[in-house]
Structures are given as structure tokens and as C-alpha cells.
Design a protein around this ligand. Structure first.
Ligand SMILES: NC(=O)c1ccc[n+]([C@@H]2O[C@H](COP(=O)([O-])OP(=O)(O)OC[C@H]3O[C@@H](n4cnc5c(N)ncnc54)[C@H](O)[C@@H]3O)[C@@H](O)[C@H]2O)c1
Length: 351
């Protein structure tokens, strides 16, 4: 293969950003767009000068000149479309969250193995330059033992367009935790290099969207739903096999000081780190009173391109290791499932 030829399944809001990102790679082509809503497939295709546009995913999958697909549709359709695509011979880059449940995710992984197609989940926050720098430092062991971590993303009024699939549990699976919580949870485990959770205690709340409050406006789907039955705030404590604890907090809407506050904070025995932006915290020697906060972190990003599409294309063309493995994405999905179960039962869930 000299270039990777893509089809896009779903031509909603994120697909416009993704097409831009994909086409920065000199060996990537966008051949066809698809969306159940024809006007959206056309809009995306017109913007990037693409001839072929479809409403049926099966028609796009049937094109022999397409090597890979990027899937960005409501979460309910993630697993089924990924499976159809791989059975049609396409490699898959799937948007987050992986699926509606770990059982669905496991089936996707099984089909990826059966068909020999490459599969990954597009956890783009792992690819930020600052995340990559801290990851590179953490990998050297310089932080010591990372025994505690906080991952949080609080939005004051950030619910995607009210009345769309984002607020409907049957289509989205969950709300803020599936939309933005999943990013920082995944990034936190990646930075810690620890994908071995053993138990989860979590709670979710629906306090704003159900009252028609807290909208931020993301998404270009039409508002057709009256339901809002997903979380707009979630929190979880995740205990890891090695004794470390991860505290995850996320809101789409809440009465809070900042419009948007997000970070991953790593507590290491030798150094602390935070990722938005990259910072390190340490004492140059144990008896020195001057505490150091290093703001200009000099590390080289582990992947210089800092781009999920570049990583996927480079993997297909040159075997660059995939940054996000299906197994890691499955672990994240298991934690999301456990938060939902813990919310239902009021008890901690063993994994
Ligand atoms: N990585 C990120 O940072 C990021 C950001 C936003 C959204 N996303 C993910 O991308 C996906 C899409 O989100 P969005 O913001 O573009 O939503 P959106 O509402 O703007 O667009 C969704 C599009 O999917 C189309 N659609 C619905 N069902 C379909 C189906 N079965 N087949 C084909 N098309 C279908 C709709 O017509 C719509 O055009 C979601 O899974 C979301 O979680 C990821």
C-alpha cells in the first residue's frame, strides 16, 4: 500500500475536524463520505472536494478502492458499523466511546482478530503534545511510583445541543462520562501506564439537561428528542491492581467557577505532573526549601506528529505502533460499565 484511502461513516460535526486532520497526511486520501442524512454527507464531501457520497454505509463498504473507514456516528451504532466495516475488509478508526458495553467491545475485537483488520479507537487527547511530553517523562520512571491520579473535566454549560442523540441514553449510552470523561480517564491510565483496574465505585447525576439547562451547543444533528436521561455529572474512584487510585470527575453542566476546567494530575513518589498544560512538580533535593514547578517541560513528544490519524495511517503503511490498542480501549469501556453498575447498585464493582 502506498497510500491509505478512507471512507467516512457519519458526516456530523466531528467529521469536519477529522477530515482536516486526516488530509494533513500526505499519504491519506478521503474517497467517500456517508451519513444517514444526505445533506450532511454532501456538505462534508463538497467542503473537501470528494465525489462519492452515500446514505447507506453498505454502499461505501462495498467500494474496493477504500482501505479504511473512520466511524463517527451516535454511540449506539459504533460496534455494529465497525464489525460491518471489518467484515467488508476495511481497517477501522472508531470514535470514542468504544461501544455501549464491554460485551459489544469484545465482539468488535473478536471480529478484528477473525478478519485480520486493524482496529483502534480515536482517543485524541492522548495525542496532544503536552500529553505526549508527560507520557515520555513518565515512561522513563522519573515520576517514581504513580500511586494516585486525578482526571477531571468540568464544564459549566457544555451539554451538546439539547434534544439530540447526545442526551438520549438509548443512543448515547451515557452522557458527560461517555463524551468527555472517557477522554481523560483513558489519558490518565495511558500516562500512568496502568490498565489494570480491580474495582470501581462511581455515581452519576442528571440535574441540568433534564430541566432544559446547561446547553453548550456542540453537534450538528437535528433536535428531535424530548428525552434527556443521561448523566450531566459523574464521579468515580478506580482502584488499580498495584494499589494506585484514580479519581475521575466530569461535568457537562454544574454551578462552578470556571466555564471549562480540565486536567490529569499524576502523583508520583519522586515527582508530580499535570498535563493541561504539561507541568512537573519536584524538589531538587529532599532538604531544599525551594519547591520547583517546571512549566516549560522540555521533553520530546513520544510521537512527533501528535495526531491520531497520522498514527493510524503510519501504522497501516509503515507499522508505526498504534498508540491506542483495542485491549486498552476495552479496559476503559469496562470501567464505564462499572460506573453505571455502581450507580445502579450503590456499591463498588469488582472487575
Ligand atoms: N474525539 C472527539 O473529541 C470527539 C468529539 C466529538 C464527538 N466525538 C464522537 O463522534 C461521534 C459523532 O459525534 P458528532 O459530534 O459528530 O455528532 P453529530 O450529532 O454532530 O453528528 C452525528 C452524525 O451522525 C449521523 N448518523 C446518525 N446515525 C447514523 C448511522 N447509523 N449511520 C450513519 N450516520 C449516522 C447523523 O445524521 C449526524 O450527521 C460520537 O461518537 C461522538 O462521541 C468525538
Amino acid at each position: 500500500m502506498k497510500e491509505v484511502r478512507f471512507g467516512f461513516i457519519g458526516s456530523g460535526k466531528i467529521s469536519h475536524f477529522s477530515a482536516e486532520s486526516l488530509l494533513k497526511h500526505e499519504h491519506a486520501r478521503l474517497v467517500a463520505t456517508q451519513d444517514l442524512n444526505k445533506a450532511r454527507a454532501d456538505e462534508l464531501a463538497d467542503k473537501f472536494d470528494i465525489t462519492h457520497r452515500y446514505t447507506e454505509s453498505s454502499e461505501l463498504f462495498a467500494r474496493p478502492d477504500i482501505d479504511a473507514v473512520y466511524i463517527a456516528v451516535p454511540n449506539k451504532f459504533h460496534a455494529a458499523l465497525a464489525i460491518d466495516a471489518m467484515r467488508a475488509g476495511k481497517h477501522v478508526l472508531l470514535e470514542k466511546p468504544f461501544a455501549m458495553s464491554a460485551a459489544e467491545a469484545e465482539e468488535v475485537i473478536r471480529v478484528s482478530k477473525e478478519t485480520g483488520r486493524v482496529f483502534t479507537v480515536g482517543m485524541n487527547q492522548r495525542f496532544n503534545e503536552d500529553s505526549q511530553k508527560i507520557k515520555a517523562i513518565a515512561k522513563t520512571g522519573a515520576l517514581g511510583e504513580i500511586y494516585y491520579a486525578k482526571a477531571y473535566w468540568f464544564r459549566r454549560e457544555g451539554i451538546p445541543k439539547l434534544g439530540t442523540w447526545f442526551g438520549n441514553k438509548a443512543l448515547a449510552g451515557a452522557g458527560a462520562i461517555n463524551d468527555i470523561g472517557v477522554h481523560l480517564l483513558d489519558l490518565c491510565l495511558h500516562a500512568m501506564d496502568n490498565f489494570e483496574p480491580v474495582s470501581v465505585f462511581g455515581t452519576t447525576y442528571t440535574k441540568f439537561g433534564n430541566r432544559g439547562l446547561g446547553e453548550g451547543g456542540w453537534g450538528i444533528s437535528d433536535a428531535t428528542e424530548s428525552t434527556f436521561d443521561v448523566d450531566d455529572l459523574a464521579s468515580a474512584m478506580i482502584k488499580m491492581r498495584n494499589g494506585a487510585t484514580v479519581c475521575l470527575e466530569v461535568s457537562w453542566a454544574a454551578h462552578i467557577a470556571d466555564a471549562n476546567r480540565m486536567d490529569v494530575e499524576l502523583f508520583g513518589t519522586e515527582m508530580g505532573a499535570s498535563l493541561y498544560p504539561a507541568k512537573l512538580y519536584k524538589r531538587s533535593d529532599p532538604h531544599n526549601a525551594d519547591y520547583q514547578v517546571i512549566e516549560n517541560v522540555a521533553a520530546k513528544p513520544a510521537l512527533e506528529h501528535c495526531d491520531r490519524f497520522h498514527n493510524f495511517v503510519n501504522h497501516l503503511l509503515h507499522d508505526e505502533p498504534l498508540l491506542v490498542t483495542a485491549q486498552e480501549a476495552l479496559v476503559v469501556q469496562k470501567i464505564l460499565d462499572a460506573v453505571a453498575e455502581s450507580t445502579r447498585t450503590g456499591k463498588s464493582v469488582d472487575l
